[in-house]
Design a protein around this ligand. Structure first.
Ligand SMILES: Nc1ncnc2c1ncn2[C@@H]1O[C@H](COP(=O)(O)OP(=O)(O)O)[C@@H](O)[C@H]1O
Ligand SMILES: CCCC(=O)OP(=O)(O)O
Length: 352
């Protein structure tokens, strides 16, 4: 059974074709800033990204008519349980209109539906960024007007948790971890018996990341909002796409930042140290959410490729338990296996 997995990110579209669990072909299509910036609305990006995918399939002589299903990374939709969901009109409507937020992964359902629709096969999403398994006490922000929301790298966090649980001879449902996904955005999650019971909202809480500001001092943020310096849209963009490491050093590339620090750039050294400091604090916080009852700490995402950064984080957190390092992400595999579980009848597809 052939499955096409599609993972649209802010600057790339990843695609992979699996024959059952076996990867046949994988490609990352990088979209240059100028191309994507011209198409600021997700809806406008759809034909462009779709054509890039079809071209990549043609280059490999992979005919979509041989596919059994298409599966995409799910986006900002209503808060939902973890699992594999059938893409339907109501989901597509929410993804297209950005009713619950605009994120590149909204395109996952839209692209999957387009390809699947023309070949009369099902389209799915798996563990979208709006998976919400927070315990009630984690929803309370401290101000009655504001409820905390779960916006999280759920697909990779579930994927790596499942992997390490299997390595320990356990099911996901019987394993607990603190998982730190360290990518362009950062999620540090408390996973109890397979459920993400608390997490910093990866858009606007917790550690700063290569492109996001993370949690900011609230009073100064309010003052900045009313300073007249930025419109609401500008400030939100600044916090989520031009914040964090980028706002201090003008780059989101941590390989470059590490080189700069190694060459004696003290500002680069300080920002790296500060990011590690904040990540360590968040891991400690999530360990307390689990009351220390966990099988270990998993560090994953692109930044986990850096031995130096991982070493600095480990120095701060190793006293909490065993640390597992899984650099990169398992998202394409997690998408394909999520669709396969449903196609094989091992799980029912959830309805949005
Ligand atoms: N070997 C490496 N050393 C340090 N940082 C790295 C390395 N490889 C990737 N990164 C950093 O990881 C981040 C991207 O992580 P990734 O998980 O691919 O993010 P996303 O999927 O959110 O775009 C970037 O800041 C990139 O510079
Ligand atoms: C919105 C939560 C998930 C997330 O931040 O994903 P990206 O890092 O891919 O933008």
């Amino acid at each position: 059974m052939k499955i096409l997995a599609v993972n649209p990110g802010s600057t790339s579209t990843k695609l992979a074709v699996y024959e059952n669990e076996n990867l046949l072909f994988e490609k990352t299509i990088t979209h240059h800033d100028e191309e994507i910036m011209k198409l600021s609305e997700l809806e406008d990006q759809l034909p462009y990204r779709l054509e890039s995918i079809m071209e990549a399939l043609r280059d490999q002589d992979l005919n979509p008519s041989g596919l059994a299903a298409v599966v995409g990374r799910g986006g900002m939709l209503k808060a939902m349980d973890s699992g594999t969901y059938l893409v339907d009109d109501s989901m597509l409507n929410d993804a297209e209109t950005g009713k619950y937020g605009n994120h590149a992964s909204n395109l996952g359902s839209m692209i999957s539906a387009e390809i699947a629709g023309s070949h009369h096969i099902p389209a799915f999403i798996v563990d979208p960024v709006c998976v919400d398994e927070l315990v009630p006490e984690a929803r309370v922000s401290g101000l009655a007007d504001i409820e905390r929301k779960s916006h999280v790298h759920a697909l990779n966090i579930k994927g790596v948790s499942r992997k390490i649980a299997a390595h320990l001879g356990k099911d996901l449902e019987g394993a607990s971890f603190v998982v730190a996904h360290l990518g362009g955005g950062i999620s540090v999650a408390a996973v109890r018996n397979g459920q993400i019971i608390d997490v910093n909202n990866a858009e606007n809480e917790g550690p700063f990341s290569p492109e996001r500001a993370g949690g900011l001092p609230a009073k100064q943020l309010v003052q900045l909002c009313f300073s007249g310096k930025y419109t609401e849209k500008e400030l939100l963009l600044k916090m989520t796409k031009q914040g964090g490491v980028y706002s201090y050093l003008g780059t989101k590339n941590l390989i470059d930042v590490e080189s700069r620090a190694a060459e004696g750039d003290s500002e680069a050294g300080l920002i790296l140290k500060a990011m590690v400091h904040q990540i360590g604090k968040e891991i400690g916080a999530m360990a307390t959410v689990l009351e220390g009852q966990m099988d270990g700490i998993i560090i994953t995402g692109g930044i986990a490729h850096s031995d130096r950064i991982v070493g600095l984080i480990k120095k701060r957190i190793s006293f909490l338990g065993k640390v597992f390092i899984l650099p990169g992400e398992t998202e394409m595999e997690a998408l394909a296996t999520g669709a396969l579980r449903v196609m094989r009848g091992l799980e029912d597809a959830k309805i949005y």
